[in-house]
Design a protein around this ligand. Structure first.
Ligand SMILES: NC(=O)c1ccc[n+]([C@@H]2O[C@H](COP(=O)([O-])OP(=O)(O)OC[C@H]3O[C@@H](n4cnc5c(N)ncnc54)[C@H](O)[C@@H]3O)[C@@H](O)[C@H]2O)c1
Length: 333
């Protein structure tokens, strides 16, 4: 049994991780400022005797220091997430993604010098590949960003800084870090409010309105179930060979966004339509996207035993069922 600190533990991925860690018998402290997450995501475990929940920011050094006192493992997930949020609030994005990571790593670095060896998982993103035109991304590929006048790239760049910093703490100070680059993660409790595509489509379908597809819809992404992602994170943290390394995490099965919309329509109401919207109308004139984003999972598979358990059709059915219930009971919108 371990004591784990999860920053961003009231978020979509964080809440699933917290439930999993508690089910394994671990003690879990959560620090979440509830900016995009909500305590309701932890409703099933909020009174669990091994859960210590704090509403607060990971940028609060005193709070992090206190929560680290008993920690043996840290999962740092707190971040500004979602294309819509990033496009509209680049200052918040950069600050939320860089400063708290500095605090967490600095505190862990000090503890490490004092002989407390606390391992940390850094949640990074496929966005760090930017608009690299390769078909399949490997972890050592170049990061290719657009100009700084396009705020969209601030998310990937800020996460790349986090990665550089975490890897520097490993190489210079010996702090054990594991970096996971999540590709699109989906499942119950993901909010559509910040531009995430699957919950946005499901919400529209359940309201009986057309599904808004950006651009021509032929851009492709790979969608992994949050449980497969939690399994990957926690297994990597239990694998000594993962330390000091970066891993793509997710699904390697691409689907176009238009086909994703069609699958949601088929699952909810086949009479629904798709509405196309330009990026300019959706975000701004200087928005840029990348056409395809497919991970190589070769490194992940050579390090842990990994086979995704969830097919996309099953994930869509699960998200539809969850969202339907949430709308009926007045839960997360
Ligand atoms: N969902 C995806 O598809 C995806 C893809 C790539 C990377 N990621 C990464 O995974 C992590 C979790 O993302 P998610 O999808 O669960 O998003 P989320 O928005 O549901 O979770 C982020 C959580 O962090 C909290 N938070 C934000 N800033 C904070 C701060 N300063 N201090 C404390 N808490 C703070 C939010 O309230 C929220 O609960 C993030 O680091 C994100 O960059 C997610």
């Amino acid at each position: 049994m371990k004591h784990c600190l999860v920053t961003g533990g009231a978020g979509f991925i964080g809440s699933h991780l917290v439930e999993y860690l508690l089910a394994q018998g671990h003690h879990v402290s959560v620090v979440d400022d509830e900016s995009t997450g909500t305590r309701d995501n932890l409703a099933a475990v909020i009174r669990h005797p091994n859960l210590d929940y704090s509403k607060g920011t990971a940028a609060d050094r005193e709070l992090i220091r206190r929560k680290l006192l008993r920690a043996e493992e840290v999962y740092h997930l707190a971040a500004a997430v979602g294309v819509q949020l990033i496009a509209s609030s680049p200052i918040h994005t950069i600050e939320a993604n860089v400063y708290p990571t500095e605090i967490v790593l600095d505190e862990l670095g000090r503890m490490h010098e004092d002989g407390h060896n606390v391992k940390v998982f850094l949640a990074s993103t496929s966005e760090v590949y930017g608009k690299n035109p390769k078909d399949v991304y490997e972890e050592d590929d170049d990061l290719v960003f657009g100009p700084t006048t396009r705020p969209r790239w601030s998310y990937g760049v800020s996460k790349a800084i986090d990665e550089f910093l975490a890897l520097a703490y490993w190489s210079e100070r010996g702090l054990p870090v594991v970096v996971g680059r999540f590709f699109n993660v989906v499942g119950p409790r993901q909010s559509g409010a910040y531009g995430m595509v699957l919950p946005r489509f499901v919400e529209a379908a359940l309201k009986g309105v057309p599904l808004t597809v950006h651009d021509d819809g032929l851009q492709t992404r790979c969608f992994a179930h949050v449980s497969d992602v939690v399994y990957s994170m926690t297994t990597l943290m239990n694998t000594p060979a993962a330390v000091g390394r970066v891993f793509n995490i997710g699904s390697e099965s691409p689907i176009s966004i238009l086909d994703l919309a069609r699958k949601v329509i088929a699952a909810v109401d086949p009479s629904l339509d798709v509405r196309f919207q330009s990026y300019e109308e959706a975000y701004s004139a200087n928005f840029e996207d990348c056409r395809s984003r497919i991970p190589s999972l070769a490194r992940l598979r050579s390090t842990i035993d990994y086979e995704p358990k969830y097919a996309l059709d099953d994930i869509i059915r699960e998200v539809v069922a969850w969202k339907r219930q949430a709308l009926e009971t007045g839960g997360q919108k």
